[in-house]
Design a protein around this ligand. Sequence first.
Ligand code: MEV
Length: 313
Amino acid sequence: LKTAIGKSHAKIIFFGEHSVVYGQPAICLPISKIQTKVTITKTNAPQTIQSRYFDGKLIDMPNNETGIQLLIKTILTELHQENVSFNIKIQSEIPSERGMGSSAATAVALIRALFHFFEQPLSHSELLRLADVSEQYIHGNPSGLDAATVSAKAPIWFIRGRRLQTVPITKNAFLVIADTGILGQTGLAVQHVKSQLASSTSAETAIERLGENAKSARECLTTGNFKKLGTLMNNSQNLLAKLGVSHPTLDLFAQLAITNGALGAKLTGGGMGGCLIALTQDKKTAQQVADILIKNGAVNTWIEPLKSPDHKG
Ligand code: MEV
């Protein structure tokens, strides 16, 4: 093809970050309105790439933490297309290192665009296998949750190594996503949890409880018990803070969200920065919470209806 496009979108982890690495279940939501797009155009020149980090020849790209260069190389080798000339343009609306899946979204959009460009079929499991090549770069032990959600259309129930399931949501509520503007540190956070597990049994208990919260949260989503869901979010936030992956700004935002009408709030993603999510019953309260967080330093907020894609209302 002369031009090919691949897309993906942001994600948030509702329940189960970190504990998912150790086999506990997680609930994750695709955020389809925040997108990443990769455009590949045939050229006569050497392979080039344009992104927010780099603009130049692919071979000159610093082997940065996203592992994008390695991913492209892997795909070209597997498809026997090492010498093809093209330009890869990566455009992303997802802020990077905020726990919203920007690196996985880039990988997924890129894989889709390359397979489209070479007119090759791509199964979902193949897509996830390849996304893992660059995700490995970030912390060496990715659960696969990020790549699964940035390529999903509906909320998912994820257990490492198992088949994905969707989570039906029967009633409507709202989530406020607030970006602290502080770079999250997924690699460091995953490493920190690993060392906590090696040295304390309370870390092990925290991981188990985070998994139990994900299980109870799934029930709440099916029954529409948002009050309990909020309590489970607060409890998960406390457990994640105990594991050492929160941040004073995330703790402050969680407190502010709750005192301003949210049913619950917690960090989302790797933590140590990044985003907070807060649950509200209605849109007006969501706006109120978003406004308060902006006043207190959030660099951006998004209000997302919490619902299954086919849900009306
Ligand atoms: C990062 O978005 C989520 C973590 O659970 C790591 C992983 O699942 O690979 C912290």
